[in-house]
Design a protein around this ligand. Structure first.
Ligand code: BLA
Length: 510
């Protein structure tokens, strides 16, 4: 096993964050074996239960709790049937007194883990009732960005938390803050990108299994679990725990950001981690377990609405693609030469394949819009283009890598989606994208002093953003699969038009 203390900024992916042997101090943990004898316990039982209320390792849990409470716990444990299932009980009188507790049970190896925290005022039914109006508000939004903005706003309002961000993972697993609802006076993170390493692989895998995480007080000392290693030689697996102490590297990150408490709620689409609601509070914040449970259900409902929105978005784009086909055909029938069709088709293409510039090169006539190479620069790459396969799209985030002559305009047009539209001489429609380092700019205050901890100043959003910029140096946004599909449709349309025009020209000459 990797020793957590050997984890550095460069090997974060290896930190066993599910086996740190510690929990957060706002609850207590007891792991029992199949006979309900205590196999592990956190060292803070009396802090949570009250003085004198504790149980030794190896003793039966019945020594501590009333028979009624034991019955409740046993039947909850008996309900645990599927992997990663968690059973919750709210407001249980564990000791036959007025002290009430919220309990969560799940299986971990041969043990049942019972996590217990004082019952906070808050009724699950009321928390769940809040979800209905929120969901109907969300369902009104047909497009992704208004949907996620509304979700961030609703979540912030409901949880009364200082900042809610929607953090979306991209294909390369870097991340982007695509929506944000935050207290007025706070610096905003919307639009910023972060490298893959900010949320390491094992953390992302864990967040698929366990949808809700709370870090109630970034400054609180974690509480050890004893024994750290079981008789079988294993530390307790806390993957499904609600109290799991958080990686010290991430704690340092939050501390450097000035964050006092953090919640993150997974957004899962098609079984994959699509993103997170990342929520920050600038002081400690412990949400009642009932409210956390409602927020978890919200995440499941939201994922469904999002899935539907994403599918609809793909269908809409396909429709727009067909629209371009119809328009082009109509214009050509009306006699508009293809090389003059840019003003008409460009705005429609922009909606389906966002780009910063476009070039059209038909029958040796060049026209361009936006951030595209000029005619001379374009003509310089034509031989390179002609040498590529005739009937295939060519998509690159960094075209200069393949065509050195494109280096001359790489500062304006780094990414290219090249659509060849005829055989000899070749005609082209090319969409261009600027380098990402120009389109995504950090808006935060660079003068703001950052505190640094034992791992240096890397663990701050500004340094993360710089780390991300380094990974994309010279590159533009990737052309997505969906965009390539549409471009392929466009290629076929343009080819059809060109063939038709050629036929007409031949017919006229005959
Ligand atoms: C976890 N890192 C996380 C989480 C987020 C981020 C949202 C989820 C845990 C949570 O807070 O609830 C990243 N948070 C961000 C980013 C922003 C933000 C990018 O607010 C931007 C605004 N983190 C690093 C580096 C490492 C690292 C360099 O920055 C390691 C090399 C590790 N991040 C790390 C680990 C976790 C994590 C180990 C898991 C924490 C846990 O669940 O125990």
């Amino acid at each position: 096993m990797t020793n957590p203390s050997n984890v550095t900024l460069s090997n974060c992916d290896r930190e066993p964050i599910h086996q740190l042997g510690q929990i957060q101090a706002f609850g207590a943990l007891i792991a029992v074996n199949s006979d309900w004898f205590v196999a592990h316990r956190s060292t803070n039982l009396e802090d949570i239960f009250g003085r004198g209320r504790t149980v030794e390792i190896g003793a039966s849990l019945t020594r501590l709790m009333t028979p009624g409470a034991m019955d409740l716990l046993r039947s909850a444990a008996a309900n645990l049937a599927i992997p990663d299932q968690v059973e919750r009980l709210f407001g249980v009188a564990l000791f036959g007194t007025d002290d009430l507790f919220d309990c969560a049970l799940h299986s971990s190896g041969a043990n049942t883990i019972i996590e217990i925290e004082p019952h906070a005022a808050g009724d699950l039914n009321r928390q769940l009732a809040v979800l209905r109006p929120i969901m109907s508000r969300l369902e009104k939004h047909a497009d992704l960005l208004p949907l996620v903005e509304e979700a961030a706003r609703q979540l912030r309002h409901t949880l009364q938390i200082d900042r809610v961000m929607v953090y979306r993972f991209r294909d390369d697993l870097s991340g982007e803050v695509i929506a944000e609802a935050a207290r007025e006076d706070l610096e905003k993170f919307r639009g910023l990108r972060y490298p893959k390493s900010d949320i390491p692989t094992q953390a992302r895998a864990l967040y698929v299994r366990n949808r809700f995480r709370i870090i109630a007080d970034v400054e609180a000392e974690p509480v050890p679990i004893e024994p750290g290693i079981s008789l079988e030689g294993e530390p307790l697996d806390l993957s499904m725990s609600a109290l799991r102490a958080v990686s010290p590297i991430h704690i340092e990150y939050l501390h450097n950001m000035g964050v006092g408490a953090s919640l993150s709620i997974s957004i899962i689409v098609g079984g994959k981690l699509w993103g997170l609601f990342a929520c920050h509070h600038y002081g400690p914040k412990l949400l009642p377990y009932t409210q956390r449970t409602a927020a978890e259900l919200f995440s499941e409902l939201f994922s469904l609405v999002l899935d539907r929105t994403l599918s609809r978005q793909i269908a809409n784009r396909r429709d727009l693609g067909r629209d371009i086909h119809t328009r082009l055909m109509r214009d050509v029938a009306a006699g508009t030469p293809l090389s003059s069709s840019l003003p008409m088709i460009e705005p429609v293409i922009q909606q389906v394949i966002p780009h910063d510039g476009v070039s059209i090169f038909v029958e040796d006539i060049y026209d361009s819009r936006g951030s595209a190479p000029n005619e001379e620069e374009f003509r310089a790459i034509v031989p390179g283009l002609n040498a590529a396969a005739t009937s295939r799209l060519l998509a690159s985030e960094q075209i200069a890598e393949r065509m050195p002559r494109a280096t001359r305009f790489a500062d304006r047009a780094a990414g290219a989606l090249i659509i060849p539209v005829s055989r000899t001489p070749r005609d082209y429609l090319v969409l261009w994208r600027k380098p990402l380092t120009q389109t995504v700019v950090w808006a935060g205050n660079p003068e703001k002093p950052v505190e640094t901890g034992p791992n240096g100043d890397r663990l701050t959003p500004r340094k993360s953003f710089e780390a991300w910029q380094e990974t994309v140096e010279g590159r533009a946004e990737k052309w997505s699969e969906a965009e390539l599909d549409i471009a392929e449709g466009l290629r076929v349309t343009l080819l059809e038009i060109i063939l038709r025009l050629t036929d007409e020209a031949v017919a006229e000459r005959a």
